[in-house]
Design a protein. Structure first.
Length: 447
């Protein structure tokens, strides 16, 4: 009997060991949010007169190919194949149930003739263009009200040739807000994978009022001095999965947003359930950011396994008076950073206003932020957490954070104000606001 029980026990141990191991071997991913779809109906841009010589303008070819997909409505959707070559084009609209497939060596290149770029209405949650009043230029590749769209391939390139736009910004000659490289509005079931994005005029990938979006295995590149070339900005969107990507741009690598001041408050659409995982890159601004436009609220964000090099601020939660909105349940873990100006920053005084109509009583709320397992080398300042006097940041939990300074005996200290929470195993030791409030129940530290 005893032997029988022993063998049952051993068997149980063996099975749980096996299950554990297979769980470990499996890569954790959120990409199942939108299953990859294979399409039987395939067309090539060359069937529509597309010429990949880098000179010919292919706007008509893209429009006609996509018109064909939209109106023939083949069962299971249609794949539009872009063969190797450089396809110059003006901006164009996608349609539902399509895959834009870039072969290895395929480049879709934006024209640098900015004169006839389509203008579209401002986003209701911004009330105006983000950088200029009035409308805004349509994104280079655009989708509004779509579902079931895939942009993928074999590491082909979407090149925004943004330097003409950056120069207009620098010279102050921009009439309207610059175009994003890719924008999806009011859309769902979107996959963007295995593509290189280069030199966006403005933000690179902007899903706004969307749900179920997977952005995976992409490379996003823009020079460090290119203005506002954010990598991926989920904006008033839910269920977004961003994984396995390299991003090196002139602004925040990933910034979760939800509208701007009184317009964002009135529109009231949050960003929630956002996963950001296995991202590597560098930026003169933030690695992982929330805000500063967060007026619709941002909640349930998980960012993990992040590697940052030569970056301004590693983790940056930013908002402002007049923004309103609740930023809550944000978890950032397993971050390695090297050569970073400031490791962690949570601030209530960042970002500008759309106009003077913003409500100074619309105070943002920041609560329930967990940052854990962070290792940094050559960090100029470990961090600062500054809440608002009339809206202190609460439940800010730091644990197992080691941010090593630049060489020398002097390490810049943490600075804090109007914040409560807890800190465990944080070096250099954080400010007294976080260390003195233990066991308040405000914050249980998961180790
Ligand atoms: C593309 O979509 C935008 C906004 O939805 C619209 O203003 C524009 O006319 C469309 N362009 C074409 C060529 O259909
Ligand atoms: C821009 O549009 C105007 C008017 O529609 C047209 O005359 C002009 O040829 C266009 N320019 C280019 C470069 O397409
Ligand atoms: C894909 O493109 C990126 C950027 O050019 C490059 O670093 C990477 O090695 C490419 N991957 C493959 C498998 O070609
Ligand atoms: C990621 O991209 C590389 C090419 O850059 C490719 O070899 C690899 O299979 C891709 N992985 C997935 C999961 O698509
Ligand atoms: C907090 O966010 C995580 C995702 O990071 C989610 O799994 C969890 O359910 C959220 N908690 C609450 C109370 O909503």
């Amino acid at each position: 009997m005893q032997r029988f029980i022993l063998s049952i026990f051993l068997c149980f141990v063996a099975i749980s060991w096996f299950l554990n191991c297979s769980a470990l071997a499996e890569v954790i991913t959120c990409s199942g949010l939108v299953p990859m779809k294979y399409r039987n109906d395939k067309i090539s841009i060359t069937d529509f007169g597309g010429v990949g010589d880098g000179q010919t303008l292919n706007t008509k070819a893209f429009q006609e190919a996509i018109y064909r997909i939209e109106h023939l409505r083949r069962r299971g959707g249609t794949l539009l194949y872009i063969p190797p070559g450089v396809y110059l084009t003006e901006s164009f609209n996608l349609t539902s149930h399509m895959t834009l497939y870039l072969a290895e060596g395929a480049v879709i290149k934006a024209t640098q003739d900015t004169r006839n770029w389509t203008l579209i209405a401002p986003l209701p949650s911004y009330g105006r263009g983000r950088e200029r009043p009035g409308g805004r230029y349509m994104s280079f590749i655009h989708g509004d009200g779509l579902r079931d769209v895939i942009i993928t391939g074999e590491n082909g390139t979407i090149d925004g040739q943004g330097d003409v736009w950056w120069n207009m910004w620098r010279q102050g000659t921009l009439q309207f807000t610059r175009p994003n490289l890719i924008e999806f509005m009011n859309s769902n079931s979107i996959i963007i994978s295995n593509v290189i994005f280069k030199n966006s005029p403005f933000w690179n990938i902007h899903p706004v009022y969307c749900s179920n979006v997977v952005i995976r295995n992409v490379t996003i590149l823009a020079p460090p001095d290119s203005p506002n070339t954010d990598g991926i900005d989920p904006d008033s969107s839910s269920h977004v999965c961003i994984e396995d990507s390299y991003i090196s741009t002139g602004d925040d690598l990933v910034a979760v947003k939800s509208g701007w001041d009184e317009y964002g408050i009135a529109y009231g659409r949050p960003s929630n359930d956002i996963t950001i995982r296995r991202i590597t890159g560098s930026s003169p601004f933030a690695g992982i950011a929330v805000g500063s436009e967060a007026s619709g609220g941002v909640e349930n964000v998980l960012a993990e396994h992040i590697n940052l090099f030569n970056t301004g601020v590693g983790i940056h939660l930013k908002t402002n008076i007049g923004r309103g909105g609740v930023i809550q349940n944000i978890t950032v873990s397993d971050v390695y950073m090297e050569n970073v100006r400031k490791g962690i920053k949570i601030a209530g005084d960042v970002g500008d206003h759309p106009d003077n109509e913003f409500n100074p009583d619309a105070l943002p709320i920041v609560k329930g932020v967990t940052i854990k397992n962070v290792w940094g080398e050559t960090i100029q300042q470990p961090g600062s957490i500054r809440g608002l006097r009339d809206s202190p940041f609460t439940g800010i939990c730091l644990s197992n954070i080691h941010l090593h300074g630049v060489a020398g005996p002097r390490t810049a200290p943490w600075t804090c104000s109007d914040v409560s929470g807890a800190a465990l195993q944080v070096s250099p030791s954080p400010c007294s606001e976080l260390t003195s409030t233990h066991n308040t129940g405000a914050c249980s530290i998961p180790l």
